[in-house]
Design a protein around this ligand. Structure first.
Ligand code: BGC
Length: 745
């Protein structure tokens, strides 16, 4: 049978090639091959290729779902996700290529969000590294591991800009800033897809959730999004566009409606912007049943109408809903949908399979020896630890006695680890943890014990993450009292962030705040470790705790990575990519807000709160180090530039402490007078530099007039002449300032 399949493929390839006169370009060859294939398919087989179903994978093994297999044999499904491991994927692929009439291979998708089996830090955490090569490499390793398990498609990167941490999926993105988010998006696409999709160490990427899914009203999951086109284009669309420019092969539509039109039926988004404006030539897939949900949105009377709206909008593939397969053939037969629209969608999907090399060899990803060698390999684990170390953000480090509390001395004898996350394996994996298995996780407690084998390291849970049980407090307090140092591990359970995990109150849940209060009241030196998938409200804690480390949810090697930072083997270099609000009522708060007509001042009638400052507790770009950096001498090489010209901005940065360290030097710009209101500051560049103790470097940035463009009154993307302020510094607030002028044309 397998031989037959190859004969069939070779025949098609030859026919395609023969039709062309010499020389045959590989594109023309592909087109002939795919067109010829499509011409032989029945309408139902075509719509089958536009259908994606899940195969639920149970921990103990694949839960066989006979319906999907029946559909598969009938040619009514062309794509499967959540089918894992080489053996299982092979079994399903064999059905597709040997038992279906057209022998078309399946594509296998999975949510490889921050890892397949080796779990790397949550994406939001890793974004805090500001280390784009590291981020790209993490994606490449995720691809290598997942591809070794038979997969060829990941539903990532998720690039939704998010400025509302009540929304649980902030954990999956790169934070609040469009410039930075775009760079991360591109790095991930390059990492997953590599240079050649046919390389069986890569995955096809899928940028999601198109569009503006990260801005739901009130931070409530799946909620409506209503925003101006200006804001949409300047902030929310940019990272998707960057992913398209980086060559992403697929795009997933979002659940939400956008200005009244659900994204899955939004022709303006999918056809006008994505395809016609941006030139996207891959395929578009819905989110999970988001086509069927057009009925709930109230824009389709039934699923048939939903399918019609989706195909008209430009959606190529239906994820999980089965709406296309149930309704499109009839819509075509009735003449409501032209068959050429179906052919076009099928072409895009088959093209991805072709580029993945699946027509040449549908079993090319399936190698048991490679799977065994790659999954959880030392290379993966080493990188997971490095990525985790770089993700950690030091928020506070007061001097206790004569020195800052952190890093801790390795000669400390008695250490108390207290709190519900101190020894939790599952929660270290965070949300969307792929096929990650808690048993592979090294917890904080285990990481500290591994680092200090001779110390007496004890653990008390104190309380759970939720609930109101304080019965563990007394043991926790007495452990604290008998220890030299306390490490308080607080935050969120993995289920408290990710999809369908919006929270109306993002302070520490359950009795954790009270536990922290009781432990801090013992007077023992205590480090608070926050482990969460979002910024938490910690204003009270920030006043009392001498040291706070934001350790997010760092994946398989969370424990060793945190221990590296706590005991000084790694000098923290992470910087926030999302602001920490002072309280939930301050949300949304982000660094690039507008000034308003009444900028906050001592005057009453200005834009501010009566009870808290406008600034967040910890701003974008913020993060401490065990050393200190001094900024000086911010200069531009020119006072004026013309259109099409550039200027160089330099700033001197010195490590004035006695440890080597890494600093993220940030560049912001403000357009002082423009035809529309502009943000008070916008990130335009950054450099992540290593400085030895005492070392000083001049860091330089280049800005061109193109970098100053925005959407003017008529929605043209232009730069306008006038004055610009330039800021460089260690975060969005702590900056030096200079300026220049963009001359009139
Ligand atoms: C999520 C997507 C995900 C899909 C498939 C949906 O619920 O919103 O991000 O890729 O499921 O698992």
């Amino acid at each position: 049978m397998r031989k037959l399949y190859f004969l069939f493929t070779v025949m098609l390839l030859l026919t395609a090639a023969c039709k062309e006169r010499e020389p045959v370009s590989s594109n023309a060859k592909m087109e002939h091959f795919l067109d010829s294939l499509i011409s032989q398919m029945t309408l139902e087989e075509k719509v089958g290729q536009m259908t994606l179903y899940t195969k639920n994978w149970a921990v103990t093994g694949p839960a066989m779902n006979t319906d999907v297999e029946k559909e598969l044999r009938a040619g009514r499904v062309g794509n499967i996700y959540n089918a894992l491991t080489v053996d299982y994927v092979r079994k399903l692929q064999k059905i597709a290529v040997e038992e279906t009439r057209m022998h078309i291979p399946l594509i296998f998708g999975f949510d490889v969000i921050h890892g397949y089996k080796t779990i790397f830090p949550l994406p939001l955490a890793e974004a805090c590294s500001w280390d784009l090569p590291l981020i790209e490499n993490t994606a490449a390793l995720q691809a290598r591991e997942a591809a070794a398990a038979g997969l060829n498609w990941t539903f990532n990167p998720m690039v939704d800009i998010a400025r509302d941490p009540r929304w649980g999926r902030v954990a999956e993105g790169a934070g609040e800033d469009p410039y930075y988010g775009s760079l991360v998006a591109a790095a991930k696409v390059h990492g997953y897809q590599g240079g050649d999709l046919a390389d069986p160490f890569t995955l096809l990427a899928c940028v999601k959730h198109f569009a503006a899914y990260g801005a739901p009203e009130a931070g409530r999951e799946y909620n409506s999004v209503d925003m101006s086109e200006r804001k949409l284009r300047e902030v929310y669309l940019r990272p998707y566009h960057a992913a398209v420019e980086a060559g992403v092969g697929s795009v997933m539509t979002a659940f939400n409606d956008l200005n009244g039109i659900p994204c899955t039926a939004n022709r303006w988004l999918i056809t006008d912007v994505l395809r016609n404006e941006w030139g996207f030539d891959g395929f578009v897939v819905t989110d999970y049943t988001s086509m069927n949900e057009l009925v709930n949105h109230g824009i389709a009377a039934d699923e048939k109408e939903a399918a019609l709206l989706a195909i008209k909008a430009g959606v190529d593939m239906d994820l999980q809903g089965g709406d296309y397969i149930k309704n499109l053939p009839a819509l075509v037969k009735a003449g409501t949908v032209p068959e050429k629209d179906i052919d076009r969608a099928v072409y895009r999907i088959l093209r991805a399979k072709y580029l993945l090399g699946l027509f040449k060899d549908p079993y090319r990803y399936l190698d048991n020896a490679r799977e065994k060698k790659t999954v959880l390999s030392q290379e993966m684990l080493d990188h997971a630890r490095q990525a985790a170390r770089e993700s950690i953000v030091l928020l506070k480090n007061d001097t206790v006695g004569s020195a800052p509390l952190l890093p801790l001395s390795k000669s400390v004898k008695k250490i108390a680890v207290i709190g519900p996350l101190g020894d939790s394996r599952r929660d270290m994996l965070g949300s969307w943890a792929g096929a990650g298995n808690p048993k592979d996780v090294v917890t904080l407690l285990a990481g500290i014990r591994e680092k200090l084998p001779d110390a007496d390291v004890r653990y008390a849970e104190g309380c759970k993450v939720t609930g109101n049980d304080r019965s563990g407090f007394s043991r926790a307090i007495s452990l604290a009292k008998s220890s030299d140092i306390v490490i308080l591990a607080l935050g969120e359970a993995a289920w408290q962030n990710g999809e369908a995990a919006s929270r109306s109150d993002i302070s520490l849940s359950g009795e954790q705040q009270a536990l922290a209060g009781a432990v801090l009241a013992t007077g023992r030196p205590a480090v608070v470790l926050l482990m969460a998938g979002r910024p938490l409200i910690i204003s009270r804690l920030a006043e009392r705790a001498p040291a706070i480390v934001n350790a997010w949810q760092l994946g398989t090697l969370a424990g060793p990575a945190i221990a590296d930072v706590l005991f000084g083997d790694y000098n923290p270099s992470g910087r926030l990519v999302i602001s920490f609000p002072r309280n939930t009522g301050q949300i949304p708060v982000y660094y690039s807000m507008k000034t308003t007509g009444r900028p906050a001042s001592d005057q009453k009638f200005t834009s501010k709160y009566l009870d808290i400052p406008n600034t967040p507790l910890f701003t974008f770009g913020y993060g401490l180090s065990y050393t200190r950096f001094k900024y000086s001498d911010l200069k531009t090489d020119k006072k004026e530039i013309g259109f099409g010209e550039s200027l160089t901005i330099t700033v001197r940065v010195k490590n004035t402490g006695d440890r080597d360290g890494v600093e993220v030097v940030q560049l912001y710009v403000r357009d002082v007078v423009a035809s529309v209101t502009r943000p008070a500051k916008e990130l335009k560049g950054f450099k992540r530099i290593a400085l030895k103790a005492g070392e000083e470097k001049t860091v330089s940035f280049t800005l061109t007039s193109d970098d100053l463009r925005f959407y003017d009154r008529e929605m043209n993307f232009v730069a306008e002449p006038g004055e610009f302020r330039v800021f460089a510094g260690r975060n969005a607030e702590d900056v030096l300032e200079t300026g220049f002028v963009l001359k009139k044309m």
